[in-house]
Write a protein that binds this ligand. Structure first.
Ligand code: KIV
Length: 276
């Protein structure tokens, strides 16, 4: 009999059952060691297509591919043991038809072992969400500021400034919930609209730059770690990793130039001596 871990990984139904309950904690993750560090504190980890910007240095999320999401998803699954892992479907991988979405979603889940996918949900996406959930694919929706839609919105700007926009975002969240999404990310809306959506839908809302009353919160991990000079205004920085890394690299460079760095050959020599 093989030894089995007693730790159970959270599922989409665990997250869905937290509506109105204990707040859901989530962060983005893109690699195995970071996922392992965040895992004990998070209910779910999102392999966000923000990976394109914060890891690959792309100007937006539009250039991210299914292959990139699969590679990062596999790494996160190796690091995370208890959190549900959700993987973003990148731009161009689900919008053409429900069939296209199923082909790519099933490939992402099959090749990574992750528990669910996330899609940015205009109202048109309801049909796709229903198609996927009826075929066993867990779907998290994403409404409000939709980074993949910058081609029509013109950039990263808060959403819900006009009554029409408020109505549209509310309709998108309700349509996603009715179609079977197990949770919905609400990004870049004012507090009032965040509250309205949270009261209106039967599934947990996960806020990012939305409202403290959402059923959970998510942040882009490098933003909350203070990796960059700039981050969105709503992000609380819990560390100053940019300074920590720069200082460490500076000290390392100084040690190498001062030749105060132990040569690998010396270390191997010492080890060999101890073994003999
Ligand atoms: O890609 C991402 O990191 C996201 C979060 C902003 C929710 O979608």
């Amino acid at each position: 009999m093989s030894a089995q871990s007693t730790q159970r990984r959270l599922t989409t139904t665990d997250i869905a059952s937290r509506k109105g309950g204990e707040p859901i904690v989530s962060l983005t993750a893109y690699d195995a060691p970071t996922a392992a560090l965040l895992d004990p504190y998070c209910d779910f980890l999102l392999v966000g297509d923000s990976v394109g910007m914060v890891v690959h240095g792309l100007p937006s999320t539009v250039g991210v591919t299914v292959d990139m999401m699969i590679m990062h998803g596999q790494a996160v699954m190796r690091g995370a043991k208890q959190a549900l892992v959700v993987i973003d479907m990148p731009f161009g991988s689900y919008e053409a038809s429900p069939q296209q979405a199923f082909e790519n979603a099933s490939r992402i889940l099959r090749e990574t072992g992750a528990g669910a996918v996330k899609i940015e949900a205009g109202t048109y996406a309801a049909e796709t969400i229903r198609f996927l959930t009826e075929r066993g694919v867990g779907v998290m929706a994403h409404v409000g500021l939709r980074p993949q839609a910058i081609g029509v919105t013109g950039g990263f700007r808060a959403v819900g400034r006009s009554p029409e926009e408020v109505e549209r975002v509310l309709a998108e969240a309700e349509a996603a919930a009715d179609a079977g999404a197990f949770a919905v990310v609400v990004e870049g809306v004012d507090e009032q609209l965040g509250d309205q959506i949270t009261s209106a839908v039967s599934i947990p809302t996960i806020g990012i730059g939305a409202s403290a009353s959402c059923d959970g919160q998510i942040l882009v991990t490098p933003d909350m770690l203070g990796m960059f000079d700039w981050s969105p205004k709503f992000v609380r920085r819990y560390a100053d990793m940019k300074t920590v890394m720069s200082r460490a690299a500076e000290q390392y460079a100084k040690d190498v130039r001062d030749r105060s760095f132990p040569a690998a050959a010396e270390l191997y020599h010492l080890k060999a001596k101890r073994l003999s």
